[in-house]
Design a protein around this ligand. Structure first.
Ligand SMILES: Cc1cc2nc3c(=O)[nH]c(=O)nc-3n(C[C@H](O)[C@H](O)[C@H](O)COP(=O)(O)OP(=O)(O)OC[C@H]3O[C@@H](n4cnc5c(N)ncnc54)[C@H](O)[C@@H]3O)c2cc1C
Length: 405
């Protein structure tokens, strides 16, 4: 049988599956799973392919849910919406706004599928805000035998805690129910300031706004800061112009704008890169970022891509990198066409020494043994996975190695 080809966003993962399916209906999706079962084939489901590691790779079957997109229903009273799992986050903002609703938080981009985003614990920034997985109140899961399970805290609290971040290892999510907020507008301010100044004021920046993050640029030793805060205003008040703390630094222009939240959160990422990110206990965040900056300045001065620093609230999701701890996430990047291995390996050693938990969709080399020591519910997750997929229908070599199976 001729092999097809699949690759991820940054081209760090190439796969040659025998079959790629794009089912137009849930019934067709179930049919694909049942057939795979009959022929003892393995299946991986892909969202937008924005993960940097081979989570979606398969040399057997890859299923895309691009045919299952859009809003299924909205409950304006409970502020909940059920959406097809293949929906890109970018497709949800306007229909939700039409019903007076918005997502509590979003990441840097909105190109991910909603199921792909929650399956790796994708998050934005905000001290009091959890990852997108914490916005989920229910899922519809196609299991290995083709049966359909409605999973939520009432029907199956154990499976729900495993499924909120599952790396696609429990089954295929066909629908997701989100808990939303009444639609809100955000006031965005961006500015740049020297690293030391930014670090001096970091706590006050984080506490003063609903969302704060910065990108530290090695070239200028400066932080491009971004603060977002809810507002009832419709537009910037020209009588109170925004005065950035340090004025301008060469490449950055201070700016501000106001719009509905889903139009403010996402940025454009047009240049391809590879990325590593670790979730660090919040109180260790400043020391960890200083150590990574020192590493870049002293040992990897050739790397010109920034460090991103964000905050994340603790949650109770078994495989969430923020499980039971207030978190800071620190990401490093390298251009997709340049070598990253030596830099990422040196940085990973530092992240390890700060008790870092790797982002599931980004590069790392943690073993199953290390992951077990970082995740108190690791064995519970593996036991739940085995219970719902005894034959490993949804595993690939990468996941087998990750889980130590
Ligand atoms: C430019 C860029 C910006 C990014 N910004 C952020 C950010 O701000 N914050 C952050 O935390 N991460 C960020 N990431 C990482 C990204 O959000 C995650 O890797 C996310 O999982 C990608 O979503 P996706 O739809 O592309 O999923 P994929 O990468 O296609 O899949 C991810 C996982 O989800 C599983 N999956 C997908 N669909 C289903 C389904 N229907 N049922 C079950 N499992 C499923 C897959 O099997 C796989 O295990 C970024 C990545 C890129 C490339």
């Amino acid at each position: 049988m001729a092999n097809l080809s699949w690759q991820n966003w940054s081209n760090s993962v190439m796969a040659q599956p025998h079959e790629i399916h794009r089912p137009p209906s849930e019934a067709e999706l179930i049919n694909i799973v049942q057939n795979a079962n009959k022929h003892n084939s393995n299946i991986r489901v892909a969202g937008s392919g924005h993960s940097f590691v081979p989570l979606c790779a398969s040399d057997e079957i890859i299923v895309s849910l691009d045919g299952l997109q859009g809003v299924v229903n909205i409950n304006a009273v409970s502020h909940q919406a059920t959406v097809w799992a293949g929906s890109k986050i970018s497709q949800l903002g306007e229909p939700l706004l039409d019903q007076g609703l918005g997502m509590a938080n979003m990441g840097d981009i909105d190109r991910q599928s909603i199921a792909g985003a929650i399956s790796t614990g994708t998050h934005g920034t905000g001290k009091g805000l959890g990852s997108i997985s914490t916005q989920i109140v229910g899922l519809r899961l196609i299991l290995a035998d083709g049966s359909v399970r409605e999973v939520n805290t009432q029907t199956d609290p154990i499976l729900f805690k495993a499924a909120q971040v599952s790396l696609g290892a429990l089954g295929i999510i066909s629908q997701v129910t989100l808990q939303l907020l009444p639609a809100y507008r955000l006031h965005e301010k961006t500015w740049a300031e020297p690293f030391d100044k930014c670090m001096e004021k970091l706590d006050s920046y984080i506490n003063a706004t609903r969302h704060f993050e910065y990108f530290w640029s090695p070239k200028e030793d400066a932080c491009a800061c971004k603060a977002l805060h809810p507002t009832t205003a419709f537009d910037i008040d020209p009588s109170t112009p925004f005065t950035p703390p340090e004025g301008r630094l060469s490449r950055y222009i201070s700016k501000e704008r106001i719009d509905f939240s889903h139009r403010i959160y996402p940025s454009e990422r047009n240049v391809k890169f590879n990325e590593m990110e670790f979730a660090i206990p919040a109180k260790l965040g400043p020391d960890c970022v200083r150590a990574i900056r020192k590493l870049m300045q002293e040992n990897h001065p050739d790397v010109l891509w920034p460090i991103e620093y964000r905050t994340l609230a603790a949650d109770d999701i078994w495989l969430s990198p923020a499980y039971q701890r207030e978190t800071v996430t620190i990401s490093i990047h390298q251009a997709a066409e340049l070598p990253y291995e030596a830099f990422f390996a040196d940085a990973e050693a530092i992240f390890r020494s700060f008790d870092g938990r790797p982002h599931w969709g980004k590069m790392h080399s943690h073993s199953a043994g290390e992951l077990r020591s970082l995740y108190p519910k690791w064995d519970d997750f593996l036991a739940t996975r085995k219970k719902v997929d005894e034959n490993g229908r949804f595993l690939n070599p990468y996941l087998k190695q990750l889980f130590g199976i």
